[in-house]
Design a protein around this ligand. Sequence first.
Ligand code: FE
Length: 203
Amino acid sequence: MDPKPLPYSELNGISKKTLEIHHDKLYVGYVKKVDELAGKFKDIIQRILADETDGNATYSDIRNLKAAETFAINGVYLHEWYFDVLGGAGNAAEAPELSKALIEKWGSIENTIKYVSVCAMAARGWSVLCWDAKAGRVKHYNSDAHDQGGVWGCIPLITLDCYEHAYFIDYGSDKKQYIEAFWKNLNWKVAEELYLKAKTLTL
Ligand code: FE
């Protein structure tokens, strides 16, 4: 698969250095692993069909590959959701329909930002405000790792990377300041486009 380029070269309060390491090394690293795993799957499918390997749940080659698969692909997708929704001016007026849904759920945009920010402080991996297609409304979920805590049937709208690599160079251990910078750079227009597409889906 091809890595998606960053749609901007710098952000307000999130340095070029952080973005370069985050996008060019970490994100691209996940993309490469997805490609590497595709080759491994080709091999193991042949071995499974030839009865040369089983699916033992304590240890087996396929078990390890399946665990690596979700970690790698979610590492790619979550970073794309995150990078794509930045590069804006933090202006919620650019997302009128999404704003309506957030106000209905949490009372105001300020309340939404406050709630999601505290959730993000509590997350070790990801904070995701999403369209929950099963519930048919916006929801928020935390995840502690790429392959843990995600809820199937959800389409991310506002995705916040909570790992230290997203802010340590710029803010040391001050995660709160990083989260504030995230909101300042949020591209609400992108979040609105995602919301309008996602909300057509209720399952
Ligand atoms: Fe990251």
